[in-house]
Design a protein around this ligand. Structure first.
Ligand code: ZN
Ligand code: ZN
Length: 410
């Protein structure tokens, strides 16, 4: 077991900087049972910081797998009313939501992907109000990771379980800056660096971005009028700052729903609900995915894309330099929270409404009119490479290098 001092520092970072818990606020914590030790530390810190209550949702991926394998078909179309009520009512009363993301990347390998897709769709429909609130920063939320046995062994094969977990802890501590003397100050500095590039991109107000690299990506993305680049800290409408992903290395915005054309090739495996999708490509016409290929995990990708109308379109454009801490670690984590922050990425599905100006006052129909994609899913996939070139085109037709050789050109 890692020494408790550094774990406590990590728990404090997640509670104070991640969700930035406020006095009298309730914290909902989603945790795998294997991460109980860390979850208890989170709970302790949250109460010490003045939380009114900490409610823990324990989950166990092996039990979920058993359910997917053995349960009768019809249960995958239903989500009990109380589960919907749980998330929705806590969200409405202004709770903070913290999730520990740590799963065996291939836990669902033997499960029929159709069952997973059916249940994910039912769950996402039932929890729509809750996830809409989080995606529009009405509640504070954050995701952090803690090593589990199966996940660590997949990332560090060929060493003992203890050694793999140890290596995983050390990587995580380094990447989320818990190894620093003052992690909170280190995050403050990091936020400022991201804000610098965010500001440059917002000032250019690009109309298009062109992507090109040697693995076959040749893509043109139109950005909607009024788009905003965001990065680092998020803010609720009441002005409470939080960091939705720890780590975060990205600056991101949304594409115009109908403005994506060309082909994009994946650069890292995608963990899609417990199945890996590898070496895949997507072809777009007027925003829509009109063709796709995958060397591995084709069915999982197909179910994701066919979830609803919006899952045939993109909802996020995110820029991460190739020369960045996670990417330089040369570790593939098979976990989107980590891999997406090592690589430029896009997301299939819903766009963050906060990426468009004045979204607070817009209905779902108005958002769609402004070019914001609406879907039940939002799944990031990685496309960044060491030779990726991105060129921005301004409204007065100037071509500005944004990325050269995988890194910021500014
Ligand atoms: Zn992202
Ligand atoms: Zn995303």
């Amino acid at each position: 077991m890692e020494n408790n001092e550094i774990l406590k520092k990590y728990a404090a970072l997640a509670v104070k900087v991640g969700v930035n818990i406020q006095k009298g606020q309730t914290l909902i914590l989603n945790s795998p049972i294997e991460c109980a030790h860390f979850a208890r530390m989170i709970s302790e810190t949250a109460f010490e910081e003045g939380a009114k209550d900490v409610v823990i949702n324990w989950n166990d991926e092996i039990s979920s797998k058993i359910r997917y394998m053995k349960a009768p078909e019809e249960i995958f179309d239903v989500v009990p009313e109380w589960q919907k009520e749980f998330y929705t009512s806590y969200a409405r009363e202004g709770a903070a939501f913290l999730s520990i993301s740590a799963s065996d990347p291939e836990v669902m390998k033997d499960v029929n992907p159709e069952r997973i897709a059916r249940f994910q769709k039912s769950r996402r429909s039932a929890l729509k109000e809750y996830s809409d609130r989080l995606m529009s920063n009405k509640n504070t939320w954050s995701i952090v990771s803690v090593p589990t046995e199966a996940w660590s062994k997949k990332v560090f094969p060929g060493v003992s379980t203890e050694e793999a977990i140890e290596k995983m802890w050390n990587s995580i501590f380094k990447i989320v800056k818990v190894d620093k003397e003052d992690p909170v100050a280190a995050w403050e500095e990091h936020k400022n660096t991201l804000e610098k590039n965010m500001k440059i991109l917002n000032d250019y107000n690009f109309k298009y971005l062109y992507y090109k690299n040697s693995i076959g990506t040749d893509l043109k993305i139109e950005l909607p009028k009024g788009h905003l680049w965001l990065g680092g800290a998020d803010k609720t409408q009441d002005g409470i700052e939080f960091i939705a992903n720890m780590p975060t290395e990205e600056v991101f915005t949304l594409p115009l729903k109908t403005g994506v054309n060309g082909i994009v090739v994946s650069s890292k495996p995608l963990n899609c609900n417990g199945n890996l999708v590898e070496n895949f490509s997507l072809t777009f016409k007027d925003g829509k995915i009109v063709d796709f290929k995958a060397e591995k995990g084709y069915d999982s990708l197909k179910h994701l894309i066919e979830t609803d109308e919006g899952s045939h379109y993109l909802g996020e454009v995110a820029l991460v330099p190739h020369d960045s801490p996670i990417s330089n670690s040369n570790i593939v984590f098979f976990n989107t929270l980590y891999d997406e922050n090592a690589s430029c990425h896009l997301a299939i599905g819903k766009a963050y409404p906060v990426c468009i100006k004045n979204s607070d006052h817009m209905s779902e129909e108005e958002l769609e009119k402004a070019g914001v994609n609406i879907s039940l899913v939002h799944d990031d996939f990685m496309i960044g490479t060491a030779d990726l070139e991105i060129t921005g085109v301004t409204y007065d037709d100037r071509e500005i290098p944004v990325f050269r050789n995988g890194n910021w050109a500014f």
